[in-house]
Design a protein around this ligand. Structure first.
Ligand code: NAD
Length: 263
């Protein structure tokens, strides 16, 4: 098992990528704290992990509130005596053109998607420094590497997460703490899958834009997070890993010959 005896905390673990990561970590031997503001989702994931023979606790936390971040990290450290892995993953997104986003929407996106990632990192580092080891994995996005129409706040946050990952990686490189990011492309989790009913045309265009011609599966991101969190990535820090079916590799330029991804 790749995470035997490790203690891991995952935010936004009650659904999607966080859920897949929590279950994967547990299968690999980690004791897992499932943190989420959605009690039903978080409790379900923790109980499914336990039913499968793993070890997991649900902890209710809204990562938009710094006091709840402090409590979440303290819970993991008190419950298990250490914290080896932090996966910052929860998100809130406001949608709209840059000139149309509200101040409230912008601030909540930044609070949950960037300030919370920094503050949880800061609190985790306090626990990890005396241990002289730890791995932090941030869920960024291909939206942290390029712009998207009507996702300006999300773009700013995810670019910030990539930058925070680099700074944390280099600053703690000689202290045994690694920090890396995963940059998923479009993944089949509830926020995107809801488009199946409301805007199937948009979902079809998203699939078409991906060279592989399909959405990613949450497990395909959890696999990358597992690698980054494990000792197999012992020389990897400050890095971001793209897992997007080829989306970011495409310049966006239409084919000059008319030949596209289909052949
Ligand atoms: N799905 C995609 O296409 C995609 C692509 C790139 C990046 N991502 C990133 O992956 C991460 C997970 O997204 P997902 O697609 O799995 O979404 P999801 O909606 O399936 O899961 C997100 C979870 O976060 C929880 N959450 C939301 N706000 C929270 C808060 N303030 N405090 C605690 N928990 C909170 C939700 O309750 C939910 O359980 C996000 O960082 C997202 O930006 C997703």
């Amino acid at each position: 098992m790749r995470l035997e005896n490790k203690v891991a905390l995952i935010t936004g673990a009650g659904s999607g990528i966080g859920e897949a990561t929590a279950k994967t970590f547990a299968r690999e031997g980690a004791r897992v704290v499932v943190a989420d503001l959605n009690d039903d989702g978080g409790r379900r994931v923790a109980s499914q992990i336990r039913s499968a023979g793993g070890e997991a606790e649900f902890f209710h936390a809204d990562v938009g509130a710094p006091r709840e971040i402090e409590a979440m990290i303290k819970f993991a450290a008190d419950r298990y005596g250490r914290l080896d892995i932090l996966h910052n993953n929860a998100i809130f997104t406001t949608v709209g053109r840059v000139g149309e986003i509200t101040l409230e929407g912008w601030q909540k996106t930044v609070d949950v998607g960037l300030t919370a990632y920094w503050y949880a990192t800061k609190c985790a580092i306090e626990v990890m420094l005396p241990q002289k080891r730890g791995a932090i994995v941030n869920t960024a996005s291909v939206s942290g590497l390029a712009g998207d129409y009507t996702l300006g706040a999300y773009n700013a946050v995810k670019h910030g997460v990539v930058a925070l990952t680099k700074a944390t990686g280099i600053e703690y490189a000689r202290k045994g703490i690694r920090c890396n990011a995963v940059c998923p492309g479009p993944i089949g989790t509830p926020p995107l899958l809801r488009l199946e009913d409301s805007r199937p045309d948009v979902l079809a265009r998203i699939r078409e834009a991906i060279p592989m011609g399909r959405l990613g599966e949450p497990q395909e991101i959890a696999n990358v997070v597992l690698f980054l969190a494990s000792d197999e990535a012992s020389f990897v820090t400050g890095a971001f890993f793209v897992a997007d079916g080829g989306l970011w590799a495409h310049s966006g330029m239409p084919s000059l010959s008319g030949q596209g991804p289909e052949w």
